[in-house]
Design a protein around this ligand. Sequence first.
Ligand code: BES
Ligand code: ZN
Length: 882
Amino acid sequence: MAEKETTNSKYQQFKRQPRLPKFALPKRYDLKLKPDLTACKFSGAVDISVDVVSDTKFLVLNAADLSVRANSVHFTSSSNKAFDAVAVELCEEDEILVLEFAESLPIGVGNLSIAFDGTLNDRMKGFYRSVYEHNGEKKNMAVTQFEPADARRCFPCWDEPACKATFKITLEVPSELVALSNMPILEEKVNGNLKTVSYQESPIMSTYLVAVVVGLFDYVEDQTPDGVVVRVYCKVGMVDQGKFALDVAVKTLGIYKEYFALPYSLPKLDMIAIPDFAAGAMENYGLVTYRETALLYDDKHSAAANKQRVATVVAHELAHQWFGNLVTMEWWTHLWLNEGFATWVSYLAADALFPEWQIWTQFTDESTEGLRLDGLSESHPIEVDINHAAEIDEIFDSISYRKGASVIRMLQSYLGAECFQRALASYIKKYACSNAKTEDLWSVLEESSGEPVNKLMNSWTKQKGYPVVSAKLKDQILELEQSHFLLSGSPGDGQWVVPVTLCCGSYDSRKSFLLQAKSEAHDIKELLGASVSKSSSWVKINLDQAGFYRVKYDDDLSARLRHAIEKKYLSTMDRYGILDDSYALSMACQQSLASLLALMGAYKEEIDYTVLSNLISISAKVVRVAADAVPHLLDNIKLFFINLFQYSAGRLGWDPKPGESHLDAMLRGELLTALALFGHEETQKEASRRFSIFLDDRDTPVLPPDLRRAVYVAVMQKVNKSNRSCYDSLLRVYRESDLSQEKTRILGSLGSCQDPEVILEILNFLLSSEVRSQDVVHGLGVSREGREIAWKWLKDNWDQIVKTYGAGFLVTRFISAVVSPFSSCEKAAEVEEFFASRMKPFIARTLKQSIERVLINAKWVHSIQNEENLEDVVTELACRKS
Ligand code: BES
Ligand code: ZN
């Protein structure tokens, strides 16, 4: 066994370092693994061809949670000279394995061999076990999840994205099981109950992309025109649910081949649904793993939103096969290159496959989420320093994904789609099988476009935050001023190179320029001249929300825009942006709630899915803050919202129309959910009626999947401790369903209950063995009435939760979901105090962000309470006829 770390260890020079010393670099791994699915253990042996590049007696690589057999460690030089390790030390805290040899190793290639043992853990990372049922019996499967830095929990390796090598993998597994890895099977030898499966050697790749899955599965298969074999693996007997994803995958490979001007680089692509899975999906080279909800589609019981999720997740993971797997970030600081790009590209594919989804309009939701997080002082730059593996998990966040994708969209729209694609293709070609940094991408783009890409983009990726551009119109001169937008209202000090686009009175009369200074004035006389009536013509800045910034209009310009919305002059994305900016400005106390409500009133005939969906979520947030700030106005505010949604709700009705659009199907559910939440009696009643029919017949057409969430939310709202039959029934549906999407839908609806006692019961149910730990996060969003009990519950169960989840992003969701809904400074202080003695590096960022949100809410509440004309405005709006 390896020596345990001692406090006065000799190897201090290798510790507390963000990266490994590069005395030697791995070229090829020959890895053998033998999982024991019954005992939940594994043993392994690895031969690593390493290139010793400097004179050293040490080899330092990563390992964690493994026991390395000290006398198994040997180094053999190319001239076949053997070197035995004189000391083998595993430093658990630094997750490194230090090997010391008696003499210096010869420069050049040699072979390092190590044998080791480990546990198939329950934490959904490293080499872990997932549990499934087969013929009524519980069984284990063995699965890997290595990103960001958990390959080291499966085998000793140079576990950094830049240390690329080839992998030759061999598994020894029970002969009746399916065993998959990145590459196709080379050979399979059965020997009694066991079989040895060896796979072809992979092309050069990073350790975080290595994958192995062992269990019982069926599959469906197809081929691309190039002969790449694509399979979707599902639970035995459930292959029909894999067909949709299979079809999307085959087509998406074709789309990317063309877009990146390079075909998919492996001979096969497997995609597999794993019952216990921490993330949504993982892009392992040639063996993409998914949560069931993100891969499986059931014709009868999946909703339109589920279908869209499957398509976009598949498109995202396949984008990584180029962006991430072929060209890999040099270090985690550039994680956004992987995630931001894959997110952006997935919209390109989804749009090509399903134009009727208007997915680019829906992209505005990505930007909104990015803007929301980046409006906090506790945000971070897209390019973020990473000094320890434990810090990586927390940056898989809306900054890397959504702000990342949004600034890419901004750049694409500035450079033009064709120029952008050409440059991307040459970037992929240039860095294929290698690693790249953010500036490498900018250089290629700068070179092929001739535009100052570096300067423009550095201002967006190297500093946190984004600007709000304030616009005033005086004598046909448009005055623009940029300042750092923070939801807390505190002054920020950033400055950006802002690609400004604007239109006056018509989409034909437009202008674009880079705003580089703090403020600039633009004469727009000519632009205004083109429109019919100067005094009423509108000015919209940031066309189609292509820029990652907010716009604050003066009162006159705001009024003109409101009018233009009512008259339906504006594009969908512009209508979306005006609303979303106004909401953010209101939360930041830069604009009154009254003016936000007045603006919302302009959307009474809105029919677009994305705009309405945001209108609904903004309404829900306004109802929450109003309940804290102005409870006496709450009924009227709800009444106003109910009226606002009548137009669309009336158009859609309860029952799906034959052949209706995907967007209408999604919209109906969201509208009805909102109406139920705002206490609309008729909706409530109809929901209960349909729910009872459904309980007798789960396939009833009166409750199609698209309506279920609305109905579940509606019936749960009425549940209390003396009237709990709907809750019990819903739990029964949960227990009887074997579709994860159905289970998730139910978990996400339970919290709308308003009775704290029942809420506590629900929260405890979440921690029971009936809910997989991957799914608990879906149930954490509880009603306002339940937030206090949820906080108490979190405190009571915190130690247990940390034990179950360990370091990792799932644990941070508990904090953000439970803490962020509060709105008082006292609560912020209480939260801070509770966590002071429980601080861990992997929750630090999320905790600070959640506390900041509470303080922002508190300030907003205060400001709403001081609004003078709010009551009049609300009364007036509530009385308006729909
Ligand atoms: N590379 C990630 C998976 C991942 C996430 C690994 C977090 C480690 C930590 C994968 O490509 C991904 O981004 N998955 C997303 C789904 C996607 C459609 C946004 C996810 O897991 O949510
Ligand atoms: Zn990704």
